[in-house]
Design a protein around this ligand. Structure first.
Ligand SMILES: [Zn+2]
Ligand SMILES: [Zn+2]
Length: 189
């Protein structure tokens, strides 16, 4: 397996940052990229009184045939078992044509989730498929978008026209700063 930040081949021993190393139990393909450690997960739509976040060990893998898989648990072993189960599920996910059933779920950057196995894939949709077209040249694009929340409109730019027509104000991408701050403030209260 390969470590995500360095790209180094770490064999079957992966580092859970701050929690030692873990020898993997399952035959992950050599080219699988891995990232593991402890992290904070924000809950969406938590009810009043419920925690808005939790801390967990995780193992994230990018194996061939599945773009992104994450396993969580209280031990490195649990994380790996969860990730392996998801990986097998993703590999066996088929509608008879051997492909996932991608849904955009509101993502504008071309990423999507499979409706059957939950696998996350990047660049599974084109701008044309999402009905997103550059406002200058009309080419399908997933490169850049700006949403005007008041007007409820979104304008899109292809890579080439982003360079020349870059908006002066800061754009709201899929994770606006305001949302991030709200989450951090929630955590403190
Ligand atoms: Zn699938
Ligand atoms: Zn353009």
């Amino acid at each position: 397996m390969r470590e995500i930040t360095t790209g180094h081949d770490v064999g079957d021993r992966i580092s859970f940052r701050g929690h030692g190393t873990h020898t993997v139990l399952y035959p992950w393909p050599d080219e699988t990229v891995v990232s593991a450690g402890e992290g904070v997960v924000f809950r969406r739509g938590s009810k009043p009184g419920e925690p808005t976040s939790y801390t967990t060990l995780f193992m994230e893998v990018y194996p061939p045939g599945a773009a992104f898989i994450r396993g969580e648990g209280t031990t490195p072993q649990e994380c790996e078992e969860s990730a392996w189960a998801r990986y097998q599920h993703a590999l066996n996910c088929s509608d008879g044509r051997g492909s996932h059933d991608w849904e955009a779920r509101g993502y504008r950057n071309g990423a999507g989730f499979c409706s059957r196995c939950g696998t996350f894939g990047s660049q599974v949709f084109t701008g044309e498929q999402l009905g997103q077209f550059c406002r200058i040249c009309g080419t399908g694009t997933t490169y850049h978008w700006d949403t005007d929340k008041t007007a409820g409109t979104t304008t899109l730019l292809c890579e080439e026209h982003y360079k020349t027509h870059k908006p002066t104000c800061h754009s709201s991408h899929n994770r606006p700063l305001a949302q991030l701050l709200a989450e951090l403030l929630d955590e403190d209260s």
